[in-house]
Design a protein around this ligand. Structure first.
Ligand SMILES: C[S@@+](CC[C@H](N)C(=O)[O-])C[C@H]1O[C@@H](n2cnc3c(N)ncnc32)[C@H](O)[C@@H]1O
Length: 252
């Protein structure tokens, strides 16, 4: 257990927030998502507040920092892997973040089943897995239908934040995302960069980081779904895997 005054860090970069007195620790893990969706997130948090989602949150660095800094927003971190969520929930609990929850779920399912129309203020997806083996390209999260579904869940003026260190994935996203979002690539770092563990690792190896943010376009869900069927699928060649980086990433 961390002493309350100990500053945790990874690769020399402090984890956002501070460990608080154990009497104030929170319970951030959602053991089971209520069925059937969509989830009433205001009921889960016990208060109405704008909703921020981090899909594929990994060890939770970004969503922890956002929840720590923006107490007036409800946050949910989602990942497929229980092992990375263990780090995320421990840190969220020990920081007493009652405005944060973590759910173990496939991102596509999560958006489709558990998020109501026009209910999300911000969706963050940082370094989605590129799946270097082309036979696994179908597993890539950011497919046209998925982007259409994200658009359905965003509030008017809601925003999608994207970031990757994989140039072919970025090339695909910068061409596809503008169908559903007023999308702008961002040359500079975010004011609070590095936002994620993968960003720290990729930057330390001199890899370029691609960033962008899109404001959702006004579009009927049916129209978005039809549009998605006409867009190219992410069948790009993602290049060689960065094995050392991928191994370090899993250690969280
Ligand atoms: C490259 S890591 C990035 C983690 C974190 N966002 C970061 O930037 O450090 C990709 C993460 O996405 C998760 N992931 C992969 N496919 C997913 C899916 N379909 N749904 C949810 N999470 C997924 C992985 O378990 C992993 O934690």
């Amino acid at each position: 257990m961390d002493a309350p005054d100990e500053i945790e860090s990874e690769f020399g970069v402090p984890i956002p927030g501070q460990v608080v007195d154990p009497a104030q620790w929170a319970k951030t893990a959602i053991k089971k998502l209520p069925e059937p969706g969509p989830v009433d997130w205001n009921a889960i948090f016990g208060r109405p507040a704008p909703l921020v989602i981090d899909l594929g949150c990994g060890n939770g660095r970004h969503v922890l920092g956002s929840a720590w800094e923006r107490r007036d927003l409800n946050h949910v971190g989602v990942d497929l892997l229980p092992v990375v969520l263990r780090y995320a929930t421990r840190r969220g609990n020990q920081r007493g973040l009652t405005n944060l929850r973590f759910a173990c779920c496939d991102g596509k399912n999560f958006v489709r089943r558990y998020l109501a129309d026009r209910s999300v203020r911000e969706m963050h997806i940082y370094h989605p897995q590129p799946f270097h083996n082309r036979r696994e390209a179908w597993k890539r999260l950011l497919q046209p239908e998925f982007l259409a579904d994200v658009a359905r869940t965003l509030e008017p003026q809601g925003r999608l934040f994207l970031q990757t260190d994989n140039a072919p994935y970025w090339d695909y996203l910068r061409k596809t995302a503008p169908s559903f979002f007023e999308f702008e690539e961002r040359d500079e770092r975010w004011p609070d960069s590095p936002r994620t563990r993968r960003e720290i690792l990729a930057s330390s190896r001199g890899l370029p980081i691609f960033r962008g943010v899109g404001v959702v376009r006004e579009m009927a869900a049916e129209e978005a779904r039809t549009l998605a069927t006409k867009l190219p699928r992410p069948t790009f060649d993602a290049g060689k895997p960065q094995r050392e980086l991928d191994d370090l990433e899993r250690d969280s």
